[in-house]
Design a protein around this ligand. Structure first.
Ligand code: ZN
Length: 80
């Protein structure tokens, strides 16, 4: 599993949000769990692969203007 892939991120109970860095910050256009992202783009696809392919729905800007924010909650751990 590649580093940064959705499969790996899903195993860490993570997720990703993408948005456009235009003036006005075009919303959190796309925010989903890594498991959803893996079923949409494949477990081997990385956060960055998808970022480069995305296109802002409002202004049409592509990859370089698209920001990706990743979160990883980590595996469930018993409280110590
Ligand atoms: Zn935009």
């Amino acid at each position: 599993m590649k580093h940064g892939s959705f499969g790996r991120l899903a195993a860490q109970n993570g997720g990703v949000a993408y948005w456009c860095a235009c003036p006005g910050w075009h919303g959190a256009g796309l925010s989903l769990s890594a498991a959803e992202a893996a079923s949409r783009w494949g477990a081997e696809a990385t956060v960055d692969d998808v970022r480069r392919r995305l296109r802002c729905r409002w202004c049409g800007h592509r990859g370089p203007r698209i920001i990706a924010d990743v979160w990883q909650r980590g595996p469930e751990r018993p409280l110590s």
